[in-house]
Design a protein around this ligand. Structure first.
Ligand code: M6R
Length: 357
């Protein structure tokens, strides 16, 4: 039930801090340490490479998850779009582990790959929000998102839950390998939940931003570097699916290789600046588009912000920034959809779970 909320999407955005807290709680043992079923960790430790298979928003969560698994647990990861992987399989490593990420657990494109890799005899783990779903039943292992039912077609709390669960998988794997990765994940995820609370209380500012940047435009670009690029892809998907604004996410460095030709007077460019190592470069990209007439909207993280930024998110551990930088993008999409009179929860031509290939 959406209660007093006008739309499920807004309710689900607001539920994100609670979902993160629930995940921390559920994945903790009595000693207060993060824990995951030993068979799953064995499967990860036996693998020489992980293949993440997913579609849409779940694919975007996989791109972020790769960063955790590679940086914290030191296992190489490839992330693939399920509908492509099915007929264009890369050369596989000797001991692959397949991870399927799917909110619904019913996505036909992902299931087709699962059937194929099971026939080939490879182990598979499904990360899903729905216990007993097809992808959960047919895989060897399941990790649940504990996000509660997600009703709006635009996925929000499942994305952040997927990222949080992937970070826990990386942490527990790293610990069993005796690897040091330099931060306390439980503590940092707690700070993320608090930061999400702050963002959920900033709706008025974001509504104004949506009005300023998105109420009349035909198109919109999202730019970022590194992990911000992946969040930009998600921001663009959210915006296009519910507001019907043509939106694309780009790596900042790719602008000069083509995309910058599309910048006209007033084109909104939403830039993410949450990573210290690329802060100057992304700001350089903003200057390039502004020189061509773009209307820039910079969303930065506290500590890296400047006076020209439109919105500043609270500071969290740098690998975990997608969990909070996505929140203003979800809200921007929500208000853009609302201002443009679109059906927020049930956008045209889309279904909540895509059960056909
Ligand atoms: O249920 P799944 O996570 O497998 O669904 C995958 C995509 O269909 C889904 O994320 C879709 O892209 C959403 N509508 C995005 O908001």
């Amino acid at each position: 039930e959406k209660g007093t909320y006008p739309h499920y999407m807004l309710k689900e955005i607001d539920e994100q801090p609670a979902v993160i807290r629930k995940i921390i709680q559920t994945y903790q043992n009595e000693q207060g340490e993060l824990t995951i079923d030993g068979d799953i960790i064995d499967a990860v430790n036996k693998a020489d490479r992980i293949y993440i298979i997913a579609a849409g928003t779940s694919y975007h969560a996989g791109l972020v998850g790769k960063q955790f698994i590679e940086k914290m647990a030191k296992v190489p990861v490839e992330v693939h779009i399920s509908s492509e992987f099915g007929y264009n399989m890369p050369l596989l490593s000797e001991k692959p582990l397949f991870i399927f990420i799917s909110q619904s657990g019913e996505t036909a494109d992902s299931r087709a790959v699962l059937v194929q890799v099971k026939e080939m005899g490879y182990p598979a783990l499904t990360i899903t929000n729905v216990p007993g779903s097809t992808l959960s039943r047919e895989a060897d292992f399941t990790l649940l998102l504990h996000a509660g039912p997600e009703i709006a077609v635009a996925s929000t709390k499942a994305y952040t839950a997927q990222i949080a669960v992937l970070s826990i998988l990386a942490e527990v794997t790293a610990k069993t390998k005796g690897l040091e990765f330099g931060f306390d994940l439980i503590h940092e995820l707690g700070l993320v939940a608090n930061a999400m609370d702050v963002l959920c209380d900033s709706k008025e500012i974001i509504e104004i931003m949506a009005r300023e940047f998105l109420s009349v435009t035909r198109n919109c670009f999202f730019i970022g570097r590194g992990i911000d690029f992946y969040v930009g892809l998600e921001g663009a998907l959210k915006l296009k699916e519910i507001s019907y604004i043509q939106a694309e996410g780009f790596a900042g460095g790719e602008l000069k290789h083509g995309t910058i030709a599309l910048i006209e007077e007033g084109t909104p460019v939403i830039a993410l600046a949450t990573q210290e190592n690329v802060n100057l470069s992304i700001r350089g990209n903003v200057k390039e588009v502004v020189a061509r007439g773009a209307n820039p909207c910079i969303i930065s993280m506290k500590g890296l912000n400047t006076d020209e930024d439109s919105f500043v998110i609270p500071e969290v551990y740098e690998l975990l920034t997608p969990l909070i930088s996505v929140v203003p993008l979800q809200l921007l999409a929500y208000y853009a959809s609302l201002h443009r009179g679109c059906d927020v929860d049930k956008p045209r031509n889309l279904a909540k779970s895509v059960t056909v290939e």
